[in-house]
Design a protein around this ligand. Structure first.
Ligand code: GRF
Length: 204
C-alpha cells in the first residue's frame, strides 16, 4: 500500500480524482495527510470530509501554520512514500526535494517543456497556450526537482484545441485529462512500473 501526502492550493479536483481512484479500488494507496499553503481552500474541505489530516504550511511564523521542518518530520512519521503536488502553487524547499528525490510528482496543465516555469500556473498557462495559437495542449505528470516544472516527464496526454474560442475552454478540456492522468501515474508508481532510465522515464 502506497502512503501519499498530497499538497494543494486550490479547489482540489485533482485531489478528489485521487480519492475516487482509491475509493473505487482502482488505486491501492492511502492519503496520510494533506498540506496546503492556504488558510482555507476547496481541497481542505475535501480532506476534512474524508477525515484526512490537513496542515497549513508557511515559511514565516504564523499562528495555525507549521514550518517545512515540521512537514519533513510529519512525512517521516507518517511513512509517506510519495508526495503528490495536485495544484500546489508554492515551490518546495530544496531540503524536501533532496529528502524525497524521485518521490515527488506534480501535475502541470500543459505539455511540458512548453508553457511551464515560474508564474505558469492555473489560467496563466491556458492563456499562454491560447495566445500562442497552438493546436494541441494537454497535461503532464513529472518528477519534481529544484527547478519549476523541470523534472523528468513521467506521462503526458494531449488534447486537440484547434476549435476552442477561449482559454477557459482549454482549461476545461485539459482538466478532464488531468483527472485521469494523475491517478494513472500514481497507480503505476504503486505497482513499481515507473522506471527511471538515464534522462527518460519508462512506464511499463
Ligand atoms: C490544475 O489545472 C493543476 O494542473 C494546476 O492547477 C489546477 C488545480 O486544480 N496546477 P484543482 O485544485 O486540482 O482542481
Amino acid at each position: 500500500m502506497l502512503n501519499l501526502a498530497v499538497f494543494v492550493s486550490g479547489r482540489g479536483s485533482n485531489f478528489q480524482s485521487i480519492l475516487e481512484a482509491i475509493s473505487s479500488k482502482v488505486l491501492e494507496a492511502q492519503v496520510k495527510s494533506v498540506f496546503t499553503d492556504k488558510e482555507s481552500c476547496g481541497a481542505m474541505e475535501i480532506a476534512e470530509k474524508y477525515s484526512i489530516p490537513v496542515y497549513s504550511i508557511s515559511n514565516t511564523d504564523k499562528p495555525g501554520f507549521i514550518s517545512y521542518k515540521e512537514v519533513s518530520e510529519l512525512l517521516l512519521k507518517q511513512q509517506v512514500d510519495l508526495i503528490v503536488l495536485a495544484g500546489f502553487l508554492k515551490k518546495l524547499p530544496d531540503t524536501v526535494v533532496d529528502e524525497y528525490e524521485n518521490r515527488i510528482i506534480n501535475i502541470h496543465p500543459a505539455l511540458l517543456p512548453c508553457f511551464g516555469g515560474k508564474g505558469m500556473y492555473g489560467m496563466n498557462v491556458h492563456r499562454a497556450v491560447f495566445n500562442s495559437s497552438a493546436k494541441v495542449s494537454g497535461a503532464t505528470v513529472h518528477f519534481v526537482d529544484k527547478i519549476y516544472d523541470n523534472g523528468k516527464i513521467i506521462a503526458q496526454e494531449a488534447v486537440d484545441i484547434s476549435d476552442v474560442g477561449s482559454p477557459e475552454e482549454i482549461a476545461e478540456r485539459v482538466l478532464k485529462i488531468e483527472h485521469k492522468l494523475l491517478p494513472f501515474v500514481i497507480k503505476k508508481i504503486s505497482e513499481k512500473k515507473v522506471v527511471i532510465s538515464e534522462n527518460r522515464v519508462i512506464v511499463h
